[in-house]
Ligand binder design. Structure first.
Ligand code: 5GP
Ligand code: ZN
Length: 114
């Protein structure tokens, strides 16, 4: 694990986060700067720098993260809909270089993104 990775530090417990979800492969915790009433980050315990760095061995992990998002959406009662976002690379708006899903919900959202 890169010692300077923010999300690796959160996974390790070195930086606190309110874990609203945890299983053997990932954790979920609220975004520090929420963009919607519900804004949860779903972060794999393994350091993968971005979706662009995912390789064949990560295929089950990627499915697992999507399933965790579906489960969290149900437990947070996002019955009217929600969005799952994976910002990737500079043009994708990624600011933390550790793969993560944003689970966004609780208000209507527009499309396309800015
Ligand atoms: P990205 O821009 O890479 O897609 O998403 C990174 C997200 O991490 C941002 O939405 C940002 O608000 C969130 N974030 C950055 N630092 C922290 C932190 O220390 N704790 C939590 N909970 N979220 C953070
Ligand atoms: Zn990391």
């Amino acid at each position: 694990m890169p010692t300077d990775c923010l999300f690796c530090k959160i996974v390790a417990g070195a930086i606190p986060a309110n874990r609203v979800y945890e299983d053997e492969l990932c954790i979920g915790f609220p975004d520090i700067n929420p963009q919607t009433p519900t804004h949860i980050l779903i972060v794999p315990k393994e350091h993968v720098a971005s979706q662009a760095k995912a390789v064949e061995k990560h295929k089950p992990l990627l499915g697992h993260l999507m399933m965790a998002a579906a489960d969290l959406a149900r437990t947070h009662k996002l019955d009217r809909g929600y969005r799952v976002v994976v910002n990737t690379g500079d043009e994708g708006g990624q600011t933390v270089q550790h793969l993560h899903l944003h689970l966004l919900g609780g208000r209507a959202m527009s499309w396309p993104p800015g």
